[in-house]
Write a protein that binds this ligand. Structure first.
Ligand code: 13P
Length: 257
């Protein structure tokens, strides 16, 4: 069984000005544990330079929430992987359900972006997950399998191992109705099996899979206790420094603050 380092990533979505990001960075900088967990903040593009300035090289990784797959071109409003490299960030969220829902992201564009991320040494956090109707009609696994297969199409095993997959059921996002830990484990175990089918067992053992959807300091431990859940992708509860630190503390144990 591979030892997988837990990864807790905050997705700030469209929250925080540069000043607010700086204040957050100041509040967490000295308090994050140095080992046994990867802590990541995925911020709006405008806040990224100040986060790198304040937190770069410290015990937190920094990521974007989207990017285009091309290096440059006539794509008004888009940001390229080369531009993210220039910021010296490490991660990029791809295929979040809000981007699929509101910005016409598809499995095909997610796959192009995943490949572009690896080509530019960025670690993609690829989001998958079913909506309420799919859950209620028993289509969750079939749907999520397709998303995972398509996102990873054409990747080498060496890259696939570095993928981070976030299983985020859409009905659990921002609703306070989190999935039970058992249900999340059931789907995430299935996703690991899907990765084994798409690549091989070794890739499946190494790939890290997060749960996301109304994760809070008081429920994160139940997810982390599951054998296949390697961390969380957290929206609302990642916005306050105290809450973000509590999430990290719940994973490493002990009092880190
Ligand atoms: P919440 O934690 O606010 O439910 O958001 C989850 C999410 O979408 C993270 O990407």
């Amino acid at each position: 069984m591979a030892e997988r380092t837990p990864i807790i990533a905050g997705n700030w979505k469209m929250h925080k000005t540069i000043e607010e990001a700086r204040a957050f960075a100041g509040a967490v900088a000295a308090k994050l544990p140095q080992k046994n967990v990867d802590a990541v903040i995925c911020a709006p593009f405008t806040a990224l330079p100040s986060l790198v300035e304040e937190l770069g090289g410290k015990a937190v990784g920094i990521g974007a929430q989207n990017m285009h797959w091309e290096e440059s071109g006539a794509f008004t409003g888009e940001i390229s992987p080369v531009m993210l490299n220039e910021l010296r960030i490490e991660y990029v969220i791809l295929g979040h359900s809000e981007r699929r829902q509101y910005f016409a992201e598809t499995d095909e564009t997610v796959n192009k972006k995943v490949k572009a991320a690896f080509a530019h040494n960025l670690t993609p956090i690829v989001c998958v997950g079913e909506d309420l109707q799919q859950r209620e009609s028993g289509q969750t696994k079939e749907f999520v399998r397709e998303q995972v297969m398509k996102a990873g199409e054409g990747l080498s095993s060496a890259d696939a191992k570095k993928l981070i997959i976030a299983y985020e059921p859409i009905w659990a996002i921002g609703t306070g109705k989190s999935s039970t830990a058992d249900d999340a484990q059931d789907v995430i175990g299935f996703i690991r099996g899907t990765v084994a089918d798409a690549f091989d067992q070794q890739v499946a053992n190494e790939v890290r899979i997060q749960y996301g959807g109304s994760v809070k300091p008081d429920n994160i431990a139940s997810y982390m206790a599951q054998p296949d859940i390697d961390g969380a992708l957290v929206g609302g509860a990642s916005l306050e420094a105290v809450s973000f630190l509590k999430l990290i503390e719940a994973v490493v144990g002990g009092n880190q603050s």
